[in-house]
Write a protein of this length. Structure first.
Ligand SMILES: [Zn+2]
Length: 394
């Protein structure tokens, strides 16, 4: 059993030369109905007995389809119920229950927290992990890291793994039938990828999530990610709103899941994610908004910070698909200076903030948050907030 904490920076960081490193899952499979072929795909892993981790809701839906598909290929399975929090407590409980079950692979089926918990459990048991996301709201499925929470749901750590998921299987039929708000939040998370990767590449001291330099390959992927969202994002959200899975949905799901997943991990994060995570320090924001919604706000502040001409374009795109673009849409206010200070201090303390190519100070962060807020208010008065209000009311 793996009990050591793996630290990628110890492997890749060298005083004299920092290599370029790209991290990616071994295989990525996306399409409508692919969930029913999981049994066939895991023959690639020679698996004979798999643990299927999902919430009790997930077991009644996608989990049952996967187990049926495993049965057809004579792979036995054990049902493992995820209790909703990616916490050490939950992970240790599942490891205890599985360690005498002789499983040779773990299939994590669900949203970001279930996927991240699955990666942590599989690492401890020394098993390959197969990820089957049921939402396209985040870029957890492809990465070799897990965001850890306390049992109360407060983000408190990140765990890194030496291996990426062995297989990522994304059924676009499943993700297209989830709420439109999830796909749109995924676009907010994915839109940051290109701008953050560019910041890390421009700053010679910029580092990706394994402490290495970004490759040109993942920077190119980040650019494709942004273009895909600008060109197809609105079309895809309109399709998902009526439960239709078409080419625009396929493109945006790939941008949200594969491209953004490789892009953030291999390209590196910067101000957009530093500020997004800092917003979770405000309880009312943490409890009511999705990660990708906070990243949209972080991305606007990031673009204002670097005086990027894309700031207005991004704000207009976010307004049209229904992402928050000003403090009022996060139920915050610029008058509550103490809240802005909490976000500023937390963002300043985040290591990834200093991947930006300029010297970042608390004053610059505060000015960027408030500048993004003013830009967002101006764009909202032009374009309106119909999409945002509709998604929040769902
Ligand atoms: Zn993210």
């Amino acid at each position: 059993m793996n009990t050591d904490i793996y630290t990628p920076a110890n492997v890749f960081t060298d005083e004299n030369s920092v290599p370029r490193v790209m991290i990616a899952p071994q295989r990525y499979i996306q399409g409508k109905g692919v969930i029913d072929n999981v049994g066939r795909y895991i023959s690639l892993l020679n698996s004979k007995r798999a643990s299927v981790l999902a919430s009790s809701r997930g077991h009644g839906a996608e989990g049952a389809r996967i187990i049926h598909s495993l049965n057809q290929r004579n792979v036995s399975s054990i049902v493992t119920v995820f209790d909703g929090e990616c916490s050490l407590e939950e992970i240790n409980k599942q490891v205890e229950a599985l360690k005498t079950e002789n499983v040779d692979c773990l299939i994590a089926v669900g949203g970001g927290k279930c996927v991240d918990a699955g990666k942590s459990i599989a690492y401890r048991l020394g098993l390959p992990v197969v990820v089957v996301p049921t939402l396209a709201s985040n870029d957890a499925p492809c990465s070799a890291l897990s965001v850890m929470y306390s049992s109360e749901g407060v983000q408190n750590d990140v765990e890194y793994f030496p291996e990426s998921p062995a297989l990522v299987v994304v059924d676009t039929g499943v993700v297209a039938s989830a709420s439109e708000r999830f796909l749109v939040a995924g676009m907010g998370d994915a839109m940051a990828t290109w701008y953050e990767a560019k910041a890390c590449l421009t700053n010679p001291n910029g580092r990706n999530c394994v402490g290495a330099r970004p490759t040109l390959a993942c920077t190119a992927m980040g650019e494709t990610c942004a273009h895909t969202l600008y060109d197809y994002g609105e079309m895809a959200s309109a399709s998902v709103a009526v439960g239709r899975c078409d080419d625009s949905v396929e493109r945006v799901v790939e941008a949200n899941t594969l491209i953004s997943g490789i892009g953030f991990e291999s390209g590196g994060c910067a101000a957009a994610h530093a500020i997004a995570v800092a917003y979770t320090h405000i309880n009312s924001v943490h409890e009511n908004y999705l990660h990708g919604e906070m990243v949209a706000m972080g991305t606007l502040a990031h673009l204002v910070m670097e005086d990027n001409k894309d700031a207005t374009k991004a704000a207009e795109f976010f307004a049209r698909v229904g992402l928050p673009i000003h403090l009022g849409q996060l139920a915050m206010s610029r008058e509550r200076k103490e809240d802005i200070d909490i976000v500023t201090d937390a963002a300043m303390a985040a290591g990834i903030m200093h991947n930006m190519p300029m010297v970042v100070t608390p004053d610059l962060i505060r000015a960027s948050i408030l500048g993004a807020h003013e830009l967002g208010e101006a764009v909202a008065s032009d374009i309106g907030d119909e999409a945002f209000c509709r998604l929040q009311a769902e």
